[in-house]
Ligand binder design. Structure first.
Ligand code: AHM
Ligand code: MG
Length: 358
């Protein structure tokens, strides 16, 4: 009986009529955050337009000839997927045409690329992005994402200055976000005033505010790490993982492992449910695998705005001074209590005998 009533309670169709679009939201917040100028609204619109085009390509990947590899490698010696290339092209094109951005830096390009913004553009925006994160998942129909990070260049900085001048620490970001191409497509972003999530309504082609003021739970019950690399992990990290797997002393519950191998998807789940994503240094990746400028920094800004934390195990991600576009960093990101506990173990202050609930 109960199953019948629960089926009846599912609406035949849902309507997004009462929800606010991404563009309305930015205009509405105009007064509240310092960077919500018309120029900023157009910049975010440009990113969201590219996201819709990328989404369109991903959704039809089995039909269009966009799966598989291009036969080329990027500057990091990674084999490029056709969808990596398409996503990169669409983001650069949208930002170039939009005319609000003076510099882009992409995972798929060897160097930063200066753009020619509108003469009237007030702010000099620089945007760094991972156009298609977790792209090895596209061939098997699993979730992927786009990550972006927005800065305004200080007055003394020119787009063609040396990298250690152009690249700014993550705490100077003015906006950051990601697009999760999952069972639905979500655009989640922050301008330093909380985190808001928008779901794409495919029938009208608009991102609608579906997850206002997102907060990450303080305690998480999920952890995400590629444990196949355990032989390369430090004794401190192994000890933390053993502690993490202990049963909760009060409820007997165990933490669960979830690893999609797509940072955006693992991060998004952990943001909603509470949890910890880790990519430590390993033999293959002595500095970790994830890139500071377009993976770690934007997600660190966003998670802090949602009440979470992000470190390289010892230092706050947002305080790292970058020197290279493709610089890598170990990453521990998610619910604050778990990130802090990971840091304590990594610095030799953890005790495996304490309960995972302590
Ligand atoms: P990518 O940006 O080239 O896709 O690489 C980053 C990805 C992350 O999305 C994911 O969490 C990680 O690499 C998976 O790496 P591994 O297969 O070593 O676990
Ligand atoms: Mg990536």
């Amino acid at each position: 009986m109960s199953s019948v009533s629960s089926i009846e309670s599912i609406p035949e169709s849902s309507s997004s009529e009462s929800l606010m679009t991404l563009e309305q939201f930015i205009i509405d917040r105009h007064e509240k955050f310092s960077h919500a100028t018309g120029s900023f609204a157009r910049l975010i619109r440009d990113v969201s337009v590219a996201a819709k085009i990328i989404n369109h390509n991903i959704r039809r990947a089995g039909i269009l000839d966009v799966r598989g590899e291009t036969g080329t490698v990027n500057v990091q010696d990674e084999r490029q997927k056709k969808l990596d290339w398409i996503a990169d092209r669409e983001l650069e094109r949208a930002l170039r045409k939009g005319g609000e951005c003076c510099l882009v830096g992409s995972e798929e390009q060897p160097e930063t690329i200066p753009l020619d913004p509108n003469r009237e553009a007030k702010e000099r925006y620089a945007v760094f992005f991972d156009p298609l994160d977790g792209s090895s998942n596209t061939d098997v129909n699993a979730s992927v994402g786009t990550i972006f990070s927005v800065y305004t260049l200080p007055e003394h900085v020119q787009p063609d200055d040396a990298m250690d001048v152009v690249l700014r620490p993550g705490r100077e970001q003015v906006a950051a976000g990601y697009v999760a191409y999952g069972s639905s497509t979500m655009f989640v972003f922050t301008t330093g005033d909380g985190v808001n999530g928008f779901t794409l309504d495919p029938s009208i082609g608009e991102f609608m505010l579906s997850h206002p003021d997102l907060k990450i739970p303080d305690e998480g019950r999920m952890y995400s790490i590629n444990e196949a690399d355990i032989e390369d992990f430090s004794p401190e990290l192994r000890s933390f993982l053993s502690w993490l797997k202990k049963k909760d002393s009060e409820t007997g519950a165990r933490i669960r492992a979830r690893y999609i191998g797509s940072f955006v998807s693992d991060f998004h789940r952990n943001l909603l449910t509470g949890g910890l994503y880790m990519y430590p240094s390993t033999a293959d990746h002595p500095q970790g695998k994830l890139r500071l400028m377009y993976e770690a920094n934007p997600m660190a800004f966003l998670v802090e705005q949602a009440g979470g934390r992000a470190t390289n195990g010892h230092q706050r991600i947002l305080d790292i001074d970058p020197t290279e576009l493709h610089e890598r960093t170990p990453l521990y990101i998610g619910s604050p209590s778990l990130v802090e506990r990971a840091g304590a173990f990594l610095e030799g202050r953890g005790s495996e005998s304490s309960s995972a609930n302590a």
